[in-house]
Design a protein around this ligand. Sequence first.
Ligand code: IPM
Ligand code: MG
Length: 366
Amino acid sequence: MKKNITVLRGDGIGPEIVNEAIKVLDKIAEKFGHEFVYTDVLMGGCSIDEYGVPITDDGIEKCKSSDSVLLGAVGGPKWDNVDPSIRPEKALLKVRKELNLFANLRPTKLFPQLADASPLKPTVVENGIDLLIVRELTGGIYFGSRRTEEIDGQLVATDEMTYSEAEIERIGRVAFETALKRDKRLASVDKANVLDSSRLWRKVVEEVAKDYPEVTYEHMLVDNCAMQLVKDPAQFDVVLTENMFGDILSDEASQITGSIGMLASASLGDGTGPGLYEPIHGSAPDIAGQDKANPLATILSCAMLLRYDFGMNEEANAIETAVERVLDAGWRTGDIAGNGADLEAVKAAGKLVGTKRMGDLVIEML
Ligand code: IPM
Ligand code: MG
């Protein structure tokens, strides 16, 4: 197959980790007889510097007309004080909205090889962590109207959280369909004891659930979910939630695996256009350009890209297996090498590697 991929390298470590991911995609193309054609588009701080906006309309059009979009990471201290209307994050929200990427899938998996890195007790971790957060991505408080106005001599700020039945239903269906392909358990997370938008959420999800009798589902309040994630993460398979709750819970979930440098994500639409694939970590400006960043989350995002946008399951599995093999063989970038004695042991074994070498190792295992 011939496929066009738009590449948003972004800022900080973005370009380095995307380079490694493209090396891996090229190896897959060679091995399985495909052709991947890449088109670069500036996004984030690099685009602000070049064009004065975090992504151009032409850039958005290029994303829309490609078969898939791969993103590194955007932002950095250099652009922290730019006008809020052109912040790097704005570009991300714009791409999500313009490409109608309403379903954000964030698999959160504890790699057994890295279990020591989890901040949770071994007695908790030994039950495993393998959950998938399905976060609604184009609605809710992120896209509601907002304003800051002066009322009676003081500033008053408002952000509205709005959901329609149709918006809830379509993300609900994605979550139940996803659960069918996993362990068939789903927790729908809301704040129905307080919010109207959550009460509607719950009502619509209950309706959708009727079409999926094979899936065991429950409703859970978001504060309780935050607690359960650290108390007993093994109870979760698919976690369905709205935009802002998903933002917060997915950071918490990533942290309990101890290796944020390993986690991939996919943002999907209705299947008529490309998806967006990115590591869940940020642009790490402090280590940018030093060949220290872990490229595995971006490489694993490519596996999701192949699976969801191109239907290339065998190719996706090949990448995931190669990454497992690299970990099994003891290779580590700094972020997953542990501390103290663990780190010394990795170093002594000569297995502490940089970004490029990590990319090469995945290719060797392929
Ligand atoms: C994320 C990020 C973004 C979000 C920011 C950068 C706007 O935190 O993808 O989780 O809040 O959605
Ligand atoms: Mg976030």
